[in-house]
Write a protein that binds this ligand. Structure first.
Ligand SMILES: Cc1cc2nc3c(=O)[nH]c(=O)nc-3n(C[C@H](O)[C@H](O)[C@H](O)COP(=O)(O)O)c2cc1C
Length: 211
């Protein structure tokens, strides 16, 4: 049985635009894998604490100094990620990049000697690659001709998830929610079209293992 890990990062919980978009992605995945289990990891409410001192010391040394606190939380989150066949991350853009809740999750799952190793060539991921879908909501626009702000969110996620071995990323977004409900409704239609196109494309068939 396949597992979909849903990491939802907005402080607005189920009312969030990014939550709505990630649910739409999960809907498409469930069409392909009707028996899949969805594991909900809600982090937008601040349930993941920042990493503690023992964890920070471990990251700067050649051995782990603790199995408790952040290290235990890290192990739980890494195992959850390892067990997932598909990962769906629903996130708003906060101050041009990921919200701090998602950064806290990243600090726990990107862990030396566990999800990456360091050698002469730099960091090498140890996780098996798998499809990761990222659902972004933003008040303004960060891509395309109408973008009026830099995007430190998508390049950052590409770089940091690649560090642990996750390269198969697909981004969808609802941008410009600050323009009001009518404009957002319009944007959702375009995003839904992009979802339909993606999930019926040869790339998605490869991604989802459909012959
Ligand atoms: C702390 C904070 C920072 C934000 N920074 C940005 C930003 O840099 N760029 C942007 O386009 N929108 C920004 N926004 C607006 C959100 O991205 C926007 O409201 C989004 O639709 C929220 O998505 P959600 O409903 O999934 O939480 C920010 C919102 C908050 C609360």
């Amino acid at each position: 049985m396949k597992t979909i890990l849903h990491v939802s990062c907005s402080p607005r919980g189920q009312a969030a635009e990014s939550y709505r978009l990630s649910q739409a992605i999960i809907g498409f995945l469930l069409q392909r894998e009707p028996g899949a289990i969805v594991v909900e990891r809600v982090i937008g409410n601040g349930t993941i604490a920042h990493v503690d001192a023992a964890y920070a010391i471990s990251q700067a040394s050649a051995a782990d100094v603790s199995r408790e606190g952040s290290m235990a939380q890290s192990e739980e989150l890494v195992r959850e990620l390892e067990a997932a066949d598909f990962v769906v991350i629903g996130t708003p853009m906060h101050n041009l990049t990921v919200p701090s809740a998602l950064k806290a999750w990243i600090d726990h799952v990107v862990r030396a000697r566990r999800t990456f190793t360091v050698g002469a060539a730099g960091k090498v991921g140890t996780l098996r690659d798998r499809p990761v879908f990222i659902a972004i909501s933003s008040g303004g626009r960060f891509s395309g001709e109408r973008a009026r702000q830099p995007d430190f969110l998508t390049p950052y996620l590409k770089a940091i998830l690649a560090t642990i071995g996750l390269h198969d990323l697909t981004f969808f977004s609802v941008q410009g929610t600050g323009a009001g409900p009518d404009a957002t409704a319009e944007t959702r239609i375009g995003t839904h079209r992009a979802l339909e196109e993606h999930f019926s494309s040869p790339r998605a068939h490869l991604q989802l293992g459909i012959g």
